[in-house]
Design a protein around this ligand. Sequence first.
Ligand code: PHE
Length: 445
Amino acid sequence: MNQAASITWKSRWTFILAATGSAVGLGNIWKFPYITGENGGGAFVLVYLACILCIGIPVMIAEIMAGRAGRSNPIHSMLSLSRDAGGSRAWGVVGAVGMVAGLMIMMFYSVVAGWALEYVFQSASGSYSGAPAEEIEAHFGNLLSSDGQQFIWHSLFSLLTASVVAAGVTRGIGKAVEILMPLLLIFLLLLVGYSAINGNFKAGLHFMFDTDFSRLSGNAVLIAMGHAFFTLSLGMGAIMAYGAYFPGHASIGKTVLTIAALDTGIALMAGMAMFPLVFANDLTPGQGPGLMFVTLPIAFSNMSGGVFFGSLFFALVSIAALSSSISLIEPGVAWMEKRGWRRVPSTFLLGGIAWAGGVASIHYGAVFDALDYLTANIMLPIGGLLIALFVSWRLPRKVVLDETGMKGGPAFAAWYWLLRYIAPIGILIVFLHSLGLFSALGALF
Ligand code: PHE
C-alpha cells in the first residue's frame, strides 16, 4: 500500500484553503493591481473576469479531477489515468514538466517574496515614514542592486517554505493554510477599511470598475488571459497535487467556484486597498512593478497610521506568497516520496535547487526575467492546454463524469464544452501571443 496515497486533507474546507492559498499570491497583490493600472482599469478587469470564467475555472476542475482520480503526484496521476484509458505513457511528461516549472517559478517568486519580507521590517521600523518620495524610490533601487541584502531575504523565505512542506501535507501545509488564510483575510479587510477611510475610495472604485473599452488594447486582452492562468496556479500540477489529497467524492464544481471566487475577490480587494491610497496622494497607478514597492510606500509615508498599516500590508503580501510557494514545491516532493524518498530530504533537495536558482536570478537580472517569461508565457499555457485536452479528449466521457462527481446536466455539459473547445483555443491564443507571433504577423501586414 502506498503511504502517500492514503493521505487526505482534514476536510473539504482545508482543501479549499490550501488551493486558495496557492492561488492567492504575488499574482493577486503585486501583479494584478499594477497590470490593471497599466492597462487602463475597468475594461481590463472585465476581460480578466471573463477569462477566469471561460478558461480558468474549467481547467481547474480538470486538474483537481485528474489529481483526485489518480490519487498521486501529477506524474503518476497522469500515468495511471492514461494507462486506464489505453493512452500513451507520454502523458506523464505533462506532470514532469509541471514539476520543473514549479521549481522554476520558485526561483524568481522567492526573490520577490524576499523583497516583501524586507519591506515588513522596513515599514515596522518606520524607516520610510515621512521620508521624501525620492528617498523611498532610491531605497527600492538600492535593494535591487544589493545582492547581499536580497540573498538574506530570499534565503529566509526559501527556508520558511521548506519548513512548511517538510512538515507534511496535513501537519505542515494543511496547518499552515488554516492559520495563514484567515489571517490574510483579516489583514486585507483591515486594509480595505483603512483605505476607505483615508484614501480616495471613490476614485479607486471608478478606476477599477469604470469600463471604457476604448482604452483596451488587443495586447491587454492577452495579458488578462495569461494572468487568469497564473493567478489560479494552473498548468503546472500544483492544483493537481493538492487534488490528490481531496477527501471523499464530493462534486468538484462547487469547490472550484468557491476557490475562484475567493481568488478573484481577493485580487479585487487588493486593488481596492491600494488604488484609493494612490489617488489620495496624487500618485499614478500606471507605475508598473514598482506600484507595490515604491508608489504604495510613498502613500503610506504621508499618512497617519502609515507605519502600522504599511507593515500590515507587507505582512499580508508575505503570507500570501508563502501559501503559494509551498504549492510550487509540493508536486515534486510528492513525486520523490512515491519514488521511495523521505519527505524531509526530498523537500530540502528540491527547495535547495530552487534556492540556488533564486541566487542566480538575484545576481543575473536576465535569469530572473527568463524564468518569469518561460514559465508564465510558455510552460503554464502548454501545461494547461495539455491537461484540458487530456481530460476532455483522451479520457472517456463516462470516467470524467464519474470522477468530477458532477451529476451530468447543464453544468456538466457547459464545463465539458468549455474544456474541449473554448479553453484550448483561448490558451492557444495566449501561447501564440507569448511567442510574439501576433506582433510578427502585425508587422507583416
Ligand atoms: N497563483 C500564484 C499567484 O498568484 C502563483 C502560482 C503559480 C503559484 C503557479 C503556484 C503555481 O501568485
